[in-house]
Ligand binder design. Structure first.
Ligand code: PLP
Length: 390
């Protein structure tokens, strides 16, 4: 059976160009980048090249990029490292209610260590309330961490406004850009962020590798001790093949993103218009315009999202009910609840996320299967009442 992959926000396939650059690293340039001999130096020069590519992609300098094992580690490190290095200035951190768990759970950990954390509300489109941000920043605030784009509904935050407020109040600003890099052009200098997390596997690079950008001059405590790698801040032998792949993926993103985004927007809008014309009682979640190109979150009234996901899976269509990380936990989405959806609406939600390889014909097939599956589930739904729209 042919399978159609519409879960590109969870992860993407490694592109051929990325794989081609990675393969020789495993058996030829396999040396430890810290070794002084020629095979070690080969690996080190590949890492240098990758660091430049990753830095160029976000308009950073190479010395501002630290390689990590991915978005989760970058987020953990950013919050803990910045909080610890700046604790003499205060103990208050601000984040939002719709962050990824790698931010929220780290904030909970910091609360146990004596930090105070404010979780800002969002409006029904998923935008952080700027008035609340201004209200809660105080003399003790040292760090604001707000994601660039949400992984469940795609809403893009008003990053420049938030960065400007943080600059004026002399507070550090970190953003989780895992879903943003590759989706729209990110220029860390222009945005005015102090730290930023991103990850390779969301942009057709390998899993298990990512980066933390830390602006020159910003103090951050080291994360992994026991080695001088990453300028003494993150010990451990570097994952050369992964980093090489990440570098290539960043280079591709930098040169292709305008064309890719145009295609993704076309597929997304085509999908939305077809679903809206063929299926009743639905609600599209997130901001209508200020959102990433490849994601659509839809609540289907009287339908259990998980059951819908499994029916689509049986038809060869891979989608997800929420964020990949929490979908295994059977939890109601904290993002959708923060945006004001009822628990029933949240549980009736499915996320469709497109990739550049998807086609219009695939979308036609997906919508026909979706229509059938939704009708089937509504027929057996105990919640079904025939009238009113969501
Ligand atoms: N932040 C966001 C917004 C994400 O969507 C994800 C992964 O889905 C992460 C962080 C974690 O990234 P990684 O899978 O590289 O650890």
């Amino acid at each position: 059976m042919q399978r159609i992959y519409l879960d590109n926000v969870a992860t993407t396939s490694v592109s051929n160009e990325v794989l081609t650059e990675m393969l020789p690293v495993f058996c030829e340039s396999f040396g430890n980048p810290n070794s002084l001999h020629s095979i070690g130096r080969d690996a080190q020069s590949l890492i240098d090249k990758a660091r430049d590519r990753v830095a160029n992609c976000i308009n950073a300098q190479r010395g501002e990029i630290y390689f990590t094992s991915g978005g989760t580690e970058s987020n953990n490190w950013a919050l803990i490292g910045l909080a610890m290095a700046n604790k003499s200035r205060g103990n208050h951190i601000i984040t939002s209610q719709i962050e990824h768990h790698s931010i929220l759970d780290t904030c909970k950990k910091l609360e146990k260590l004596g930090f105070e954390v404010t979780y800002l509300p969002v409006d029904k489109t998923g935008l952080v309330d700027i008035a609340s941000l201004l209200h809660y920043i105080n003399q003790k605030t040292i760090l604001v961490s707000i994601m660039s784009a949400n992984n469940e509904v795609g809403t893009i935050q008003n990053l420049k406004t938030i960065a400007k407020i943080c600059q004026e109040k002399n507070v550090l600003f970190h953003t989780d850009a895992v879903q943003a890099v590759g989706n729209f052009r990110i220029d860390v200098k222009d945005l005015g962020v102090d730290a930023m997390s991103f990850s390779a596997h969301k942009i057709h690079g390998p899993k298990g590798v990512g980066a933390l950008y830390v602006k020159k001059g910003v103090k951050i405590e080291e994360y992994l001790t026991g080695g001088e790698q990453e300028r003494g801040k993150r010990g451990g032998t570097l994952n050369t093949a992964g980093i090489v792949g990440f570098g290539k993926a960043c280079e591709i993103v930098s040169s292709n993103y305008t064309v890719d985004c145009k295609k993704l927007k076309y597929l997304r809008d085509y999908f939305i218009s077809k679903v809206e014309s063929e299926i009743e009682n639905i609600k599209i979640n997130g901001h209508l315009h200020q959102r990433i190109a490849n994601l659509v979150s839809i609540s289907f009234k009287y339908v259990d999202g998980e059951a819908l996901m499994y029916l689509l899976d049986m038809a060869g269509i891979c989608v997800s009910t929420g964020s990949a990380c929490s979908s295994g936990k059977h939890e109601i989405s904290h993002v959708l609840i923060a945006m004001g959806l009822t628990p029933e609406e949240a549980q009736s939600t499915v996320r469709f996320s497109f990739g550049v390889d998807n086609t219009r014909e695939e979308i036609d097939f997906v919508v026909s299967q979706l229509k059938k599956s939704v009708e089937k589930l509504r027929q057996i739904s105990p919640l079904k009442v025939t009238k009113n729209k969501v």
